[in-house]
Write a protein that binds this ligand. Structure first.
Ligand code: 5GP
Ligand code: MN
Length: 317
């Protein structure tokens, strides 16, 4: 499939979602390295917003473009880990003007908006889907590292239910390519700055249970982020800590983007499909991990979300 799609293009742009996470960066850089190494006559460029610093060790990240050159068009735009066009952010015009488009994604909310679509909602990660498209013999250590980063981050280090036997098999094959898994996992997933740990502690300390302990919520104001000198992309992972509270079925973490506008992250177990709630408010994601942006005070937001969560919990409350 990939060979056929690439055969119609000399110039290729790769893009992912705004505020790129591990799977987005990993899958995009894997595709970049794979094309660069195996299709030497093609010109490939990655367009992503600023990536988290711990991911900068990946091959090629120094050449990521953060803005689009004027009048630039591509033969092919490959859109990865991105459920809709708007989520491409600044790179969306390149998608619009490309001669051909191809989307590889695992979001249940993805409505197959590209010309060719490879969308598998049950897949652990976009990185796993990207790996399936590759000729395994041609996967280098650089490509393997990027893919490993992607699966580690979207499976919470192989702990979420989306980690399937195929994910572990893929991880084993990537280890055989020479990936230093303990180092990669520690450096990119667990190690946090002192300020990040402090803000995590604060979020946990100020969290509030709702719906009789079945929900937990915490929010961080912009002024608090400024006080600790922490940026939004450094708040990743806080919602997972909240979810690890006994009895909790839905965890909600939000941080203020601007006055009374919040970015909301939700995590759930089997009883609640948070992607439905996210979509209801214009966001998206997966059954057990979804997000959205919402206007209002954090009280308004939690009241709205709580109502939707309660509807799904129904009789089990
Ligand atoms: P997170 O809570 O870690 O930001 O995101 C969880 C999942 O939901 C990710 O797969 C992410 O791509 C998706 N997601 C988060 N925020 C939004 C949003 O505003 N819109 C859409 N469509 N998806 C989102
Ligand atoms: Mn993903």
């Amino acid at each position: 499939m990939l060979n056929k799609i690439l055969s119609q293009a000399d110039t290729i742009a790769i893009g992912g979602h705004v505020r790129p996470d591990g799977d987005c960066v990993g899958s995009c850089m894997a595709m970049y390295c794979y094309i660069k190494e195996n299709y030497k006559d093609k010109k490939v460029t990655v367009y992503l917003e600023e990536i988290p610093r711990p991911f900068e060790f990946l091959e090629g990240t120094e050449s990521i473009c953060h803005e689009i050159p004027e009048d630039k068009t591509y033969d092919l735009f490959i859109c990865q880990d991105c459920g809709d066009k708007q989520r491409l952010g600044f790179a969306a015009p390149l998608f619009e003007t490309a001669a051909h488009t191809f989307c590889i994604d695992h979001h249940i909310s993805n409505e197959s908006f590209a010309e060719e679509n490879y969308v598998v909602p049950d897949a652990s990660s976009t990185s796993e889907l990207v790996y399936e498209l590759f000729d395994k013999e041609k996967v280098s250590l650089s490509t393997a590292e990027a893919l490993y980063l992607g699966i580690v981050h979207d499976t919470g280090v192989f702990q979420f239910s989306c980690a399937a036997p195929s994910t572990f098999r893929m991880a084993a094959e990537l280890l055989e390519k020479g990936v230093d898994a303990p180092k990669l996992i520690r450096d990119t997933y667990y190690v946090k700055s002192y300020a990040q740990n402090q803000i995590l502690a604060r979020a946990l300390m100020e969290s509030i249970l709702f719906l009789d302990g079945k929900g937990i919520v915490s929010s961080i104001r912009k002024s608090t982020m400024e006080f600790y000198g922490v940026t939004p992309k450094e708040l990743d992972g806080i919602v997972n800590h909240l979810r690890n509270t006994r009895g909790v079925k839905v965890a909600v973490f939000m941080y203020e983007l601007e006055t009374n506008v919040y970015k909301v992250s939700m995590r759930s177990d089997d009883d609640v499909d948070v992607s439905k709630i996210a979509r209801y408010y214009g966001g998206g994601g997966h059954k057990k991990a979804a997000g959205l942006t919402m206007a209002g005070t954090h009280y308004d937001i939690i009241n709205n979300l709580s109502e939707q969560i309660e509807l799904q919990l129904g009789g089990s409350l």
